[in-house]
Ligand binder design. Structure first.
Ligand SMILES: CC(C)(COP(=O)(O)OP(=O)(O)OC[C@H]1O[C@@H](n2cnc3c(N)ncnc32)[C@H](O)[C@@H]1OP(=O)(O)O)[C@@H](O)C(=O)NCCC(=O)NCCS
Length: 297
């Protein structure tokens, strides 16, 4: 028996992409919550958003932040998906992108991706990056077809606080006066800074630094899913991880190719939650130090 779909069927003429408005956030959050719930739980993984309210709150923040360019896809005037581009630094980050589960695999995702990639080209970003769920065949294929290369295998890791300050370190909240030193460190490791994100994190009070011999050797915007961290060496980064009161969201994203750091996390009680992949288009330098990417890159 045929089942009736609630969603209009998209085709290349009916799908319209337009800038997101703040009042779209509740519907985009609902779609996002459902889409991530469905893809994650159908593969046996926990959802990225604990509820639709959390997803809507995130979309409200993204749609009202001047550092993000966000778009929605509409079919017959109804919102069927959304995507965002983080424009806070010289490398743009994509996501979260979601399409209504009822009409996935009908090219809406491709259009939402093309919209933010066109924007990145127009604004002359040196590169565009994203992180995808490694078990999601469709997103992996779509991004590869759009020119993104697989760079890093990531393990999302979560667990109780390690609560051990290693000898020789001082860990403290980051302040605006740390910004230059943190940006220099990020540039030395990645070839670019992430000043826009770090400035926001300092304002929100989530950023931390680890000092060794009185100078900053590592910083984190947030120890968790939505934050990134950079260290000169693994022990520098470990000082931050080992003193974090908790790991926010689904957890920290650990590049598993950094075998020493990955094993240290395992030995200190963190468990692997899910696999993810860092993908990049445009400028990319192999990192020259220790780092944890955010869920954007
Ligand atoms: C990921 C997502 C946004 C993609 O949107 P979509 O509308 O379903 O995808 P599209 O139809 O535009 O594109 C899928 C592409 O992958 C291809 N594809 C799908 N499954 C594939 C497979 N197993 N192997 C190879 N290619 C595959 C399709 O043919 C299509 O390619 P084409 O554009 O060249 O024809 C959407 O599926 C979604 O919301 N998923 C759940 C949430 C999520 O995972 N978001 C991404 C976070 S990184």
């Amino acid at each position: 028996m045929a089942t009736e779909s609630k969603s209009p069927i998209p085709n290349s003429e009916t799908v319209k992409i337009r800038p997101a408005k703040l009042e779209d956030a509740a519907e985009c959050g609902r779609i996002s919550g459902e889409a991530f719930f469905k893809i994650n739980t159908s593969h046996g993984f926990p959802p990225d958003f604990p509820s639709a309210d959390v997803a809507s709150g995130l979309h409200r923040m993204l749609f009202s932040h001047p550092g993000f360019y966000c778009v929605v896809a509409e079919v017959d005037g109804r919102i069927v998906g959304s995507n965002c581009l983080d424009e806070r630094t010289s490398i743009a980050g994509v996501g979260p992108i979601t399409v209504d589960p009822e009409i996935q695999n009908r090219s809406v995702g491709r259009k939402l991706m093309q919209a933010v990639m066109d924007r990145a080209a127009e604004r002359k970003f040196a590169g565009v990056r994203l992180v995808q769920a490694a078990f999601h065949n469709r997103s992996l294929s779509l991004y590869a077809k759009l020119g993104f290369d697989v760079r890093e295998f990531l393990s999302v890791m979560q667990g109780p606080p390690i609560d051990k300050l290693p000898d020789g370190y001082r860990v403290r909240p980051a302040t605006v006066s740390d910004l230059d030193a943190c940006n220099r460190l990020c540039k030395a490791v990645h070839g670019h800074d992430r000043s826009g994100e770090l400035t926001d994190a300092i304002k929100e009070g989530t950023a931390t630094v680890a000092e060794r011999h009185g100078r900053i050797a590592a910083y984190a915007s947030v120890l968790g899913f939505f934050g990134h961290a950079v260290g000169e060496t693994n022990p520098d980064l470990q000082a931050l991880i080992a003193t974090a009161p908790k790991f926010l969201g689904s957890g920290i994203l650990v590049p598993a190719r950094n075998a020493a750091l990955f094993r240290w996390c395992l030995e200190n009680g963190l468990k692997v939650v899910q696999p993810m992949t860092l993908m990049t288009a445009g400028l990319y330098n192999e990192p020259m130090g220790a780092y944890l990417p955010s869920v954007l890159y």
